[in-house]
Design a protein around this ligand. Structure first.
Ligand code: ZN
Length: 307
């Protein structure tokens, strides 16, 4: 039986328990308490002041950790390992021109596959991960020992890292502002933070799902008619935040970091004709972004530098 638990933004971990749903009372990005219920059936809310879209009520920290620790959770990743190698190489190619000389921390490192590819380009690699099954795979497959836990719990001094990557992590965490602030603290001056998140709210794919749901079409039943996004926990992922470029920019700026690149994340995992279609769609949106400065792709990519 799920019960609601009201929380503010500074007391998340103490008051969450397995099986509980939390109610968020103030905006994580701008602290406003002017919260609009966007789609109550799907638990989607939006901050009136800054436009941040998030889930409330939402699963607790433990619920999310348990969801990602299911033993078979990463089986599909292993099956598509070669296509995922190509994904990590694409991200690495986007990151390396901005890289600061030195070490790398990958937060939410998953099975360690990115760190495996990144290792030759950095003096040292470190990763954090909350999923026990992913930690085991990283150890067995790539010989990488990940830190079990969240970045906020990492026992490292300030200014310990030259580079930090947050690939599809911010949308899963309960306090994105705290995590980006922690990254800023962990980075040395001139250090680089790379962020990739879904572009749930503005993506054309969400618009199509929204219209499909509004028309009552069967394949679109699990999506919100307001946002075209599925409810947390009903797909392979639990997303607690749904960022737009404007909100993510604000979050980065609030942490005291400088935005140095805004782009889209080549997140697709495919092969054969699917790869051709995905890379063509990606290229189309790169052009749209370069020419019209708009992002209707499925993802956001930002590089920030600590002053
Ligand atoms: Zn706000």
């Amino acid at each position: 039986m799920l019960t609601d638990l009201a929380i503010g933004r500074n007391n998340l971990s103490e008051r969450t328990k397995r099986g509980k749903m939390e109610v968020v009372l103030s905006c994580n990005v701008c602290q406003s308490d002017r919260i609009q219920k966007l789609d109550p059936k799907f638990n989607f809310c939006r901050c009136h002041s800054c436009g941040y879209v998030f889930d409330s009520p939402r699963p607790s920290v433990d619920e999310v950790a348990n969801f990602y620790s299911q033993p078979a959770k990463y089986d599909s990743w292993l099956k598509e390992e070669r296509a995922r190698d190509a994904l990590w190489q694409r991200r690495l190619r986007k990151l390396l021109p901005h890289r600061a000389e030195g070490n790398l921390l990958d937060i939410g490192a998953g099975t360690g596959q990115f760190l495996h590819h990144a290792r030759p380009f950095f003096t040292e690699i470190t990763g954090t991960e909350i999923s026990q099954s992913a930690i085991r795979i990283a150890r067995e497959r790539y010989g990488i020992e990940l830190f079990a836990g969240q970045a906020e719990e990492l026992d490292m001094a300030a200014c310990s890292f030259a580079n930090i990557t947050l690939f599809h992590v911010l949308e899963h965490v309960h306090d994105p502002v705290r995590l980006v602030s922690r990254c800023s603290e962990l980075l040395r001056p001139q250090g680089i933070l790379a962020i990739a998140v879904p572009n749930d709210v503005l993506a054309w794919s969400s618009a199509i799902k929204k219209i499909g749901k509004q028309l009552g079409l069967k394949p679109f039943q699990k999506f919100s008619p307001v946002l075209g996004i599925s409810r947390a926990g009903t797909s392979r992922e639990i997303h607690l935040s749904h960022f737009t470029p404007a909100v993510l920019r604000q979050l980065v700026k609030n942490s005291g970091m400088t935005l140095v690149e805004e782009s889209i994340d080549p997140y697709y995992v495919s092969s054969g004709i699917g790869l051709l279609a995905d890379s063509t769609y990606y290229a189309l949106h790169r052009i749209l972004q370069a020419v019209l400065k708009v992002n209707y792709y499925n993802t956001l990519w930002m590089i920030a530098r600590k002053p």
